[in-house]
Design a protein around this ligand. Sequence first.
Ligand SMILES: Cc1cc2nc3c(=O)[nH]c(=O)nc-3n(C[C@H](O)[C@H](O)[C@H](O)COP(=O)(O)O)c2cc1C
Length: 458
Amino acid sequence: MFTRTLRQFSRRGLSRWVVPMSGMALGATLLATNSSPLFSDSRKKKRIVLLDDDDDDEDEEDRKERERQEAIANKPPLSTIYSLTDFESVAKKVLPEGIWGYYSTGSDDEISLRENHYAFSRIFFRPQCLIDSSNCSLDTEILGTKLSAPFYITAFAGSPSAHPMAERGLRNAAGLENIIHLIPFQLSFPVEEYCAGLKPGQQNFYQLHFYNQKQFDEAPEFFKKLESMPNIKAVFINVDLNALGNREKDSKIRARIDSESTEALDVYAHSDVKYFSLTWDHMKQIQQMTKLPIVLKGVLNKNDVLKAAEAGLAGALISNHGGRQLDFAMPPIEILAESKQLLREKGLDKNFELFIDGGIRRGSDIIKALCLGASGVGLGRPFLYSLASYGEEGVQKAIQILKTEMIRDMKLLGVSSISELNEDMVDITSLKYKGLQTRDHLYDQNYTPMPDPPFRKE
Ligand SMILES: Cc1cc2nc3c(=O)[nH]c(=O)nc-3n(C[C@H](O)[C@H](O)[C@H](O)COP(=O)(O)O)c2cc1C
């Protein structure tokens, strides 16, 4: 007998978008929802009712949501997580599709997104043998701050959609492990509250970007506020945000899923957001406004690195925003190698620090960047994924995995300290080669790929 049942679809209200530009207040006032789609059942909004003729037919989105809830219930224990990629594979299953889309997406064809990572596989090590490296340490100093390791949790928006702890989870794990968390300007709660929860002696850097002239005019006061927070030791200012990159994959997913779960992210991911075009002249003005060391975030050209050093800035973070801004921007590790050489030629490599982020997933990637001249190495998505999968504990484990990998690899390289790492320890002759490689099918067909961590019922 023909039965008619109700089936419901959702549609996201476009009017919900609010342009987030209220000048300097923005960073402090962007409040995200406390209810994480991971932990509450954030079902899609049901607005349009259509008729269907199949009683038992499960809606595609309902099926995905059911599978996701099953994945959350059967998550691999944290003890079975061995690498940062393991966190990624868990996050992909436990996050709502729209949130996974926002985090993982790059711009346009995502060439830079992928090249960021692949570039590291074109660098090989030249280890030294017969050297005692039994007391290997990762201790280091970045911009005058003593730390337990040379990598840091970089700034990213959208943590509340990963976990209700949001940036608190990142802050706490960084504090427990004595590494830097680059506090995002789009922090989901007031920076004062963030600082109040720091561990004794915990130090941070702050990421800042500008939306409009009004915000820039108010900057002296904002810097004064930052200077009054003794834990904030440097400010990283974005120079890669003249426009928002075309996050096409993310847009396509959102258009399709119509899910309420991504609404909290709308404030970060809308192409209508207008950014302010900063110039070298603005940077000069900023240098007059504050005594805090200023690092440019998002430099993508060795000549701009040189300009920044000549301008007396404290450093440059070579980054293409994790492949989310200009697609086909070069992989940061390539620019790092060129920049260090140029700075050295000009005698400007001593009081100017280089940073890098994008595509770093292993301790060995961090070591390669240090060999090529970085003093600090940032990771973004891996910490979002570890936060999404296991909260603060996951972030701490991700840090510990990187530390363990670094210590092991440094011992194998024959070095005992960060300061010993140098360019003679890496072979970069293939770094610039981006062509396709001939596949060895006979070899590949017997190669066993790494398994993902097993979900309990899988
Ligand atoms: C979801 C997401 C949000 C981000 N939000 C910001 C931001 O608000 N400000 C910023 O300077 N960079 C932001 N970034 C860029 C990161 O700071 C960093 O450059 C990038 O994540 C590094 O690449 P990785 O994710 O491959 O490690 C964001 C990156 C991601 C993935």
